[in-house]
Design a protein around this ligand. Structure first.
Ligand code: ASP
Length: 327
């Protein structure tokens, strides 16, 4: 008898917990939503996130706040969201680093595949190989010769191990069989400040951080990392044009909630993301920065999960082939 009473009490508690969750999902969001950017403010991931967050906030009818948690190539911020409450109020906007970190770190404080509930893909961004304005090489061919000759005397900024800038530098050094002096930052926003100030020689970063500085002649651009030249930077050659073959790198961004988030909340967030990506201001701002929002068919949990899985396998192979050992 006692057991039956206990079971009844337990099911009543479970029932009320269930209905509370259902009501929460229905009313969601009732308070501001935070999107963690795992890099410093002012960088490309931050720029993309702030544009998307402003538009999502209109759709959700709640403030969407951006929080920068830079460090350790994006793994600190990602780890923070993996450990956050799965109530839909703490999200992560991260890039390709979600798929490269498992191959670059011997141990990660989270599992990108199981500790997150994907919401949708956001955008795919080309990268650019850039340098301080007065860096000696004039063309991509000159840069290649200069880097081969000067190796570790050349300083190269990145946003830590697992960051897109680090990945691009890794592929570049591997292709040229040379070694540069890598200088890590918490994001490429502050790295750009040092590039503009001439304290660092080179960087490879998303067009979302470099386009306006290249157009203004404030930094030198040697190459884009995509197979084709891009519309906003028509004079910048591809890596292949300079003889660096098979260099194809574009940086995809995805939006995630912690694993176990109510599917109804994830669905609502996917809807808000799709609305944000269809927003004209977002589309125009992205275009000016050399990128575009993904179509609604890709701003889905399924598309992001598939991308993450495919890219994790791909980069594990590339990173192993480049002979990079886990940190
Ligand atoms: N672009 C940076 C990277 O190297 C990150 C950032 O600051 O957004 O991954």
């Amino acid at each position: 008898m006692k057991t039956v009473v206990k079971m009844l009490a337990a099911s009543l508690v479970a029932g009320s917990a269930f209905s509370v969750a259902a009501v929460m999902a229905q009313d969601y969001p009732t308070q501001p939503v935070t999107i963690v950017v795992p890099f410093s403010a002012g960088g490309p991931t931050d720029t993309v996130t702030r544009l998307v967050a402003a538009a999502m906030s209109e759709d959700l009818g709640q403030q969407v706040v951006v929080q920068n948690v830079g460090g350790a190539g994006g793994t600190l911020g990602a780890g923070q969201v993996a450990a956050a409450a799965n109530d839909g109020y703490t999200l992560l906007l991260h890039h390709i680093g979600m798929s490269t970190a498992p191959a670059l770190y011997a141990s990660l404080p989270y599992d990108p595949m199981t500790d997150f509930a994907p919401i949708g893909l956001v955008t795919e961004v080309p990268m650019t190989m850039v340098a301080r304005k007065d860096f000696e090489p004039a063309t991509l061919e000159d840069l290649i010769a200069y880097v081969k000759e000067n190796g570790e005397n050349v300083t190269y900024a990145n946003a830590g191990i697992g960051a897109a800038s680090q990945l691009c530098g890794l592929l570049f050094q591997d292709a040229l069989e040379t070694k540069l002096t890598e200088v890590p930052y918490q994001g490429t926003g502050p790295a750009m400040t040092d590039l503009l100030g001439g304290q660092i020689d080179m960087m490879c970063d998303q067009t979302t951080n470099t386009t306006s500085q290249i157009q203004a002649g404030e930094i030198k651009a040697y190459a884009v990392t995509t197979p084709e030249r891009i519309a906003v930077l028509p004079d910048v050659p591809t890596m292949a044009e300079g003889g660096v073959e098979n260099f194809n790198l574009s940086i995809w961004h995805g939006l995630y909630a912690p694993a176990g988030t109510d599917p109804a909340i994830v669905e609502r967030l996917t809807q808000a993301l799709q609305a944000a990506l269809a927003d004209e201001t977002v589309g125009n701002s992205f275009a000016e920065l050399g990128t575009y929002p993904v179509p609604a068919s890709e701003a889905t949990p399924e598309a992001l999960a598939e991308k993450l899985e495919g890219q994790t396998a791909l980069w594990a192979e590339v990173i192993a082939a480049a002979g990079v050992s886990a940190q």
